[in-house]
Structure formats: C-alpha cells, structure tokens
Design a protein around this ligand. Sequence first.
Ligand code: GLU
Ligand code: MG
Length: 432
Amino acid sequence: MMTTAPTVFVATSDLTGHARGRAVPRDAHDAVLKRGVGWVPADLALTAFGDLAPNVFGSTGDLRLLPDASSGIEIPAAADAPGVLMYLADQVLPDGTRWSCCPRTFARTALADLKDATGLEVVASFEHEFMLPGAAGSAPFSFTRYRSAEPFGSNLVTLLGQIGLEPETWLPEFGADQFEITLRPSDALVAADRAILLKEVVRDLAARHGRRVTFAPLPDPDGSGNGVHVHLSLRDAATGQPVLFAPDQPGRLSTIGGKFAAGMLAHARALVAITAGSPSSYLRLKPHRWSAGGIFLAEHNREALLRICPTSTIGDGVPAEQFNLEYRAADATANPWLVIGALVRAGLHGIQAGYETPRVWPEEVTETELVGVPALPESLSEALAELTADRTVAGWFHPDLRETYLAVKQAELARVAGHDQRELCNRVADVY
Ligand code: GLU
Ligand code: MG
C-alpha cells in the first residue's frame, strides 16, 4: 500500500478486545508485511486494566505479528495529528507456523472448519453502540442529538467510507449521549477485523475532536447499555446463495439455519463468557434492557438472545438476501475474532449434532409466556464457570488459550472486587 503516513502500526486484538501492537517506520512497510514484527506470548495475558494475569508463557518465547495485507487502513493526517497506516495481524511462531493461542487464527479455523464440513460461508456484521458525552439533554433519535455530534459524526462516516469499512447507518440512539454505527455485512473474518478497527477509528477520531467515547457495556448503572449485536447469515460457498431463508417454515428459518441457531442457544451460557467479557457486561444482560433478556429465539424481538431480523420488499428488496440472525449478547469488551469463532463453532456443533430447530417465539411473545425460558448467567464469574463446565465449548480452545482467558478474566474480577455497581461501571468505562 502506498502511503504518506510516517509509521505503520501492526496490531492484534487481545483477549480483552483491545488493539495492541507496535509501529515501524514507513520505509519498513514492505519488509514488515513479508516478515512481521516481534511480539511476546505473555502479552496475551494482559487484562483490560493493564495488569498481567498469571500465565504459562512467562518471560520467555517469541512470536511474530504477521500483518494481513488486506486488513490495512490508513488514517489520514489532520491538523497536527500525523496519519498512520494500520494492519491487523495473525500471531505466528518465528518459523511462520500458526500459534495455537492466536484469536484471529481461532476465527479463521472455525470458519474453515464450517466450510469444510458443510460447504457454507458466514456473512456477518457487527453493530456498535457507544456514548459520546456532550449531547446534554437531547432526545433519543433526535435530529438535535444527531447534530450535537457534528462535525465528528460526518467526519466519521466519511472516514469509514474512505478506509473501506463500508458504513451503513450512523444514528443517535436511545440512551443519554448514545450513538450507534453499523457497517455493511461482509465475509465474517473481514467483519471481525472491521469491528476491531472500528473501535480504534472511532476513539482516535473522537480524540482528534477533543472528545472521548466509551464502548463500555454499561457506563452508568442507571443508563442504557452499549451492545455489539452480531448479525450472521450463511451462504453456500459454491453458489453464493443464501441458505437461512425458508418462507414456509416457522420464523421463515431454514432447517440448516435452525440447527445453527440451536447450537448457539444450547451453549449460550458458556458462549457469553466469550462474547460479554467484562465484569460489568452482566449488568447489561438483563430483561427490559433490549440487550438479551433470556436464552431464546424470536422473530423481530429485541429481548431475545437470537433475533430473527425483519426483511423488506420495498424497492425490489429480496428477503432471502437480507434474512439474518442477530446475536445480541455481545459487547465491545469481547474480542471479535473469538466472538465469531465461538458463535460459528456453536452453530457448526448444532449442525453436526443434528440439533432440532429451537422454538421460534413470535414477535409479540409476552413475559408470562417466556417464564421458564433459560436465563443468561448473572455475572462474569458465573459465565466463566459455565465455560469451564461446558466441555463442548471449552474443547474448542487450545488449553493455553482457555486457561489464559480464564486467568485474565479472574484477574479483572479481582481488580473490581468490592466495587459497587457505579464504581464497577466507571472502572470498566475508564478502559473502554
Ligand atoms: N442498547 C441495547 C443493548 O444494550 C440495544 C438497543 C437496540 O438497538 O435494540 O443491546
Ligand atoms: Mg441499537
């Protein structure tokens, strides 16, 4: 990539969803794309708060961060802020072989296994909500709120377009100071890469505007939650045809889609340990927050863990091409590669184990009818225990990756032990 940026930043996303890496001068660009830059295995054990959790790697060992050329984005210079070229990388051993604990490799392998076993590919999109403090008193979804974010908002949409992240919608959300940005669906690995880059681009641009955003799942215990909703659909890799849509079946969900959904639901209590990774994530995952109020599949209902999204025929819209499942129990404290990898492994397990399509609750299902529907874990420690106990889910991770993940999360829990809800929310918002 031709660039005028003085540096090239090569990054991974760690287990806490933070992009970490190192920069090289522009003239090393081609060499770094070919050979990568050095990295340290123990970096995988960094917590969101910057501590190093106990880990098997210790002070020894070396890795390379090997950039994926197709992930590159250039944040242009503005005023006195220099530009930077940024790449996402796989973590490999010095001889170039894959590292068993690399989160990006985890996603790629899950997607490859799905394709090998079923001939299916995943199309995905991550929707992000965040708070941009400073829109005092404006109404949800209002033009006033929208304009209060200018010129940041328009600059963000323009920048995302320039760097190829394909912005779709930019909107003032329901909560105080809350906004949402959605990107167009893409190949699932690209979608996860984009989710990582998006957070960094938003933070970086906000800082250039003298503002600070937070993607924390619940910045204020009395306020709205920030979700990361993951939209998933499946297509036949050979023909490109979407395979989730079956207009005559319950919820218009195909048999293969039903099995895929069933896998996610059956293992949801363990999956959330990966998709909602912070101690404050579980304050968001409660009923009446339109986050995910229980483990069920429903048409068009925002309380469902898995929502069957609506389609539209306006302007010759084709339902089969729009039809997708939305997993709502993720947030920005998760690593998007682990999220995609774990959701895809769960779906593949549902297909291979021959799970039945779960009950599809109608859009207008009432709370009384939902009594008895399984609940999500109430805390991160409960979710971690579920992850350990669910041998299927635990088995998807190399033992070193799993143990490091658990250690990082236990260290984060220890850091906030004794905090009340407000202190906890503040502490997490400080680092997200
Ligand atoms: N803010 C809600 C959440 O925490 C989502 C609201 C919506 O966009 O449906 O997931
Ligand atoms: Mg939203």
